[in-house]
Design a protein around this ligand. Structure first.
Ligand SMILES: Nc1ncnc2c1ncn2[C@@H]1O[C@H](COP(=O)(O)OP(=O)(O)O)[C@@H](O)[C@H]1O
Ligand SMILES: [Mg+2]
Length: 237
């Protein structure tokens, strides 16, 4: 495989996986690269985004490849094919148990695994049920070279962040030194098959436009950290 593979993994729906996959795919550090999204989640939100994008006649963008088969071998083959033809492949995983095939394959075959943790519903119970099993699986996959990071998402208050991350004290969880704040723009940009880059300049209201532009900056910062971990050269400036 030539291209880098990044998986967005969480055992819970509504964790921000699809939003991250879609925004990271178009972030500044990856512009000019061939980026694909492998949509392994049957929910199909990113396939719908791609269909909307085609219908709206928008050019370019990261192509979404749906993959809803539940067998490991075809998934590994598809990943290998996509990685051979792209610089970067992002896997949007289903919110499923670590025991299931797609999550296992994603953890084992990715260069970097990002585990979004949602601040609002975070506590020790949630950590034990949803994140620690993932970290255990990722650690095993890490023996084969996979790096994995927690990424706080939908962050409302920086102050609350410390509490969220405190839940992982005493574990060997690594946290990406970037966060995704809670912003309305993230819930709105993708309609009509838009990217965040296409969306923000078209926002009418000045304050909202400013917020949407900040949202893009948030994603670029995460992408820069990701690019660094992947060892992908990023353009200066
Ligand atoms: N940073 C964010 N700020 C505000 N809303 C967000 C953010 N990230 C995701 N959302 C919203 O939260 C919901 C779940 O996000 P989604 O990416 O679909 O999660 P998943 O793919 O893990 O199920 C969606 O309605 C999405 O628009
Ligand atoms: Mg999703």
């Amino acid at each position: 495989m030539d291209g880098k593979i990044v998986a967005l993994v969480a055992t819970k729906g509504g964790s921000g996986k699809s939003t991250l996959a879609l925004t990271l795919a178009h972030a500044k550090p990856f512009q000019g690269m061939q980026v694909a999204i492998l949509e392994a989640d049957r929910q199909g939100s990113l396939s719908r985004w791609w269909a909307d994008r085609q219908a709206a006649g928008r050019n370019g963008g990261a192509r979404v490849y749906p993959f809803y088969d539940d067998r490991a071998e075809p998934l590994i083959d598809t990943l290998a094919e996509l990685a051979a033809g792209h610089d970067l492949v992002l896997i949007d995983c289903p919110g499923e148990s670590v025991a299931y095939v797609k999550t296992k394959v994603a953890l084992a075959f990715s260069d970097v695994v990002l585990i979004p943790i949602r601040q609002s519903d975070f506590d020790m119970d949630s950590a034990i049920t949803h994140v620690l099993p993932l970290l255990n699986e990722a650690r095993e996959a890490g023996g084969r070279g996979t790096k994995y990071f927690l990424l706080p998402v939908m962050v409302h208050h920086r102050a609350g962040l410390e509490k969220t991350l405190g839940t992982f004290e005493g574990t060997d969880a690594k946290v990406l030194p970037a966060i995704l704040p809670y912003r309305k723009a993230f819930t709105e940009f993708s309609s009509g098959g838009c990217t965040l880059q296409e969306y923000w300049p078209a926002v009418r209201q000045k304050n909202s436009r400013g917020q949407a532009k900040k949202a893009m900056g948030d994603v670029d910062t995460i992408a820069a950290e990701l690019a660094r971990e992947l060892g992908i050269a990023t353009p200066v400036g």
